[in-house]
Design a protein around this ligand. Sequence first.
Ligand SMILES: O=C(O)CCC(=O)C(=O)O
Ligand SMILES: [Fe+2]
Length: 290
Amino acid sequence: MQFNNKTVALIGSIKLNSRTAAMATDFKSIPIIDISPLLAKCDDPKMAEDPGVSEVVKQLNQACKEAGFFYVCYRELKPGAYGDLGKVMEGCNQWPQDPPKFKDMMEEYINLYLARNIMRGIALALGGSPYEFEGARAGDAFWVTRIIGYPGKSSENSQEKPTHDIGCGAHTDYGLLTLLNQDDDITALQVRNRSGEWISAPPVPGTFVCNIGDMLKIYSNGLYESTLHRVIISSPKYRVSVAYFYETNFNAAVEPLDVCKVRVIGEAKKFDRAVYGEHLVKKVLTNFVY
Ligand SMILES: O=C(O)CCC(=O)C(=O)O
Ligand SMILES: [Fe+2]
């Protein structure tokens, strides 16, 4: 398999295998965090001193520890702004009707700005400098975008209750942070809490879903969880989600940040070093079933 530094994949439907269960807390819902104050100050080296940024950082820390999932909203993000991205997956001719418009929207969606700045907030939440995830760690972040189409629930099962089809099996994401734009009217994404309950992450217009990947779990020395999640199909409607995976540099050797080693009481370092690119290739080769 050949990877470019910048990869966009259009995939009709995928199945992923479950892996060793990840544990968060017994959260019952996913918090919504307004990151506007962080975005306003994200280029200020003294951002940590700003009370608005501190509040966002506090909320990020809590969400990353408790659920590994959160929604973000910010002033400029208008409900439905990226809704048309998924339209290319609908119908038989899976190609944008207006390619230049699609290209512009896609380029705006996949710009690195948002994820990089959320990572600045997360770096502060871990007790580090805002730039922990830049330079050799994620200064040349590998990223992948997938537009994922899930056909509606198959009609032969529709009378049987409470069955559902699995659109995407339980898995954790591989890198640092995933941003997900989902169709506004279908609830399908579920996140597993410590008791094993599947908690819905319904679409919230005007937000992105964010979740932590395996590399951030290692960097944080396990303080933050890459939580298991899955997609279930219970609606007959076709669903589209657009996922943006923001990762480390492809060859980054990932190990717990010093600042996180001291935060985990009694355990200096809980994880061995992993090379992101190797982890990605291993997971893709073992997880995707066509
Ligand atoms: O489609 C979704 O809601 C989630 C997709 C997902 O978890 C993934 O692609 O890793
Ligand atoms: Fe995922």
